[in-house]
Design a protein around this ligand. Sequence first.
Ligand code: AMP
Ligand code: FE
Ligand code: FE
Ligand code: ZN
Length: 285
Amino acid sequence: MRIDLHTHSSVSDGTDSPAELLSTAAAAGLDVVALTDHDTTAGWGPAAEARPAGLTVVPGMELSCRWFPDDQPPISVHLLGYLFDPLHAAFVAERARLREERLSRGERIVVALAADGHPVAWEAILERSAGGVVGRPHIARALVEAGVVSSVDDAFATLLHHRSPYYVAKADTDVREGIGLVRAAGGVPVFAHGMARSRGRVVGDGAIAAMVDAGLLGLEVDHPDHTAEERDHLRNLAAVHGLLTTGSSDYHGTNKRTPIGACTTDPGQYEALIAAATGSTLLSD
Ligand code: AMP
Ligand code: FE
Ligand code: FE
Ligand code: ZN
């Protein structure tokens, strides 16, 4: 069994439509793929319609969150949620708030870039992100097409990284509240790429312990942005806290170079994950 539990479609900041993503997954020889778009479940319906026979799809999401240290500014963290009830009212409302936050923050970044003479327009970005889940990759693509940078990676390296003067933070969900919402909706919360330093500051082990107290059930260990040492550290931490461990590609189509299935989840861990969920069901034969 080959299982990839973290992918993005064009419903958020990937480039494959949900249907294309599932064909890509099947063609890559995956047996199970989770669709985990940022802050939306809008891809679940199209994925259910387009699912190729033999492929199991885990409905999921990646929630934009923050951890609040005592002595530093908040740290951006991502929380994967699987098999939750997509209609749980408080969770629906929080996702809608996050998407609004993405819109206002995206517009601020684009307006600042345009004010400095970079030829990008907010209206064009909105068209590009038809579902309303705007992220920096949409801005990156617009910068590539305008000839300002040579690639999405180049856009992140120069203008869009978290220390850039154009960077604007989002008012993301307190991760403990996010964990509570996923659990309240019957889902399984897993801390995404928790030690990926290339993305910015990362939280310490104490924060992870606090997330466990809040109901966290798993850690994403095998992720393209984690070194071997970081994976070992997270695997040990999972053993200490009795957490599930997952592996995944974080596939974003052509917005990133990582192929689908680049990292995978152990079948036993996957079985434990689906056994812990009560909010919704797998899409399968
Ligand atoms: P945002 O959610 O708007 O803060 O943007 C974060 C998203 O940008 C992540 O989910 C990734 O998809 C993408 N991203 C972050 N760093 C890079 C990078 N260096 N190259 C390409 N995409 C990136
Ligand atoms: Fe993304
Ligand atoms: Fe992420
Ligand atoms: Zn992701």
